[in-house]
Design a protein around this ligand. Structure first.
Ligand code: DX5
Ligand code: ZN
Length: 222
């Protein structure tokens, strides 16, 4: 299985954001992961539409927007207009997930659903046929540079099984604490897209070398 990286700009130096994204492009990434936090859904505030708009002007990469906000339905068209190619919404706190997912599809955007560490795999079963990707949080959402929760590995395996059964085209992405030591475990469990912030943008090796290092590590699994 081809493993893809999704560099998360949460760990980038925002005064050099354009350069960082260009470096990620040089490192062979097909996408950039953008974490949107509202201070309600998660106890942190990050970035919103203006950043996506600015990045849209400097890169052709897929802009993947991970919405950690209380009422994503209110903002879907704003994020689409700003230039998001993929919109990821959380299962948690959404009583009308099917409606949200189809609202993203109506905007002609790729759609993903994220689940938190305490949320079981099986909640995805009914919605999975409609998804382009699933995002399994391997930390509690809200902050970068947290410790990977190995209790999520079993769930990654379960979701891989579900995907193979009902929607083999669906990507299985993991997010949080992904580095050269945890990436191989996630790939072994069935992930094919690895979100990484600190391991890419916070790495002394520089973005391109850090990505190489992470890809090599990810490939070192059976
Ligand atoms: C956490 C975010 C992640 C974060 C990952 O809520 O969803 O995308 O940027 O950061 P690292 O790779 O540093 O754990
Ligand atoms: Zn994220």
């Amino acid at each position: 299985m081809k493993i893809k990286l999704a560099p998360s700009i949460l760990a980038a130096d925002f005064s050099r954001l354009g350069e960082h994204v260009t470096e990620a492009e040089q490192g062979g990434s097909d996408r950039i992961h953008i974490d949107v936090m509202d201070g309600h859904f998660v106890p942190n505030i990050s970035m919103g539409m203006p950043i996506i708009k600015s990045l849209r002007r400097v890169t052709g990469l897929i802009l993947e927007t991970h919405l950690m906000i209380t009422d994503p339905n209110l903002f879907l068209s704003d994020f689409a207009d700003a230039g998001s190619d993929t919109i990821i919404v959380h299962w948690e706190g959404n009583n009308n997930l099917h409606r949200t997912v189809h609202a993203v599809k109506l905007l002609n955007k790729r759609v993903g659903v994220a689940i938190n560490p305490a949320t079981p795999a099986m909640v995805l079963e009914e919605i999975l046929p409609d998804l382009d990707q699933v995002l399994i949080m391997t930390v509690d959402p809200g902050f970068g540079h947290q410790h990977f929760l190995s209790s999520t590995l079993n769930k990654i395996q379960q979701v891989r099984g579900l995907i193979e059964r009902v929607n083999p085209e669906c990507e299985l992405e993991v997010d949080g604490g992904i580095d050269a030591s945890t990436a191989p475990m996630c790939v072994h469990a069935g992930a094919n897209v690895l979100v990484a912030g600190t391991a890419i943008f916070g790495n002394d090796l520089g973005v391109v070398k850090a990505m190489e290092h992470l890809k090599e590590a990810a490939a070192s699994t059976g």
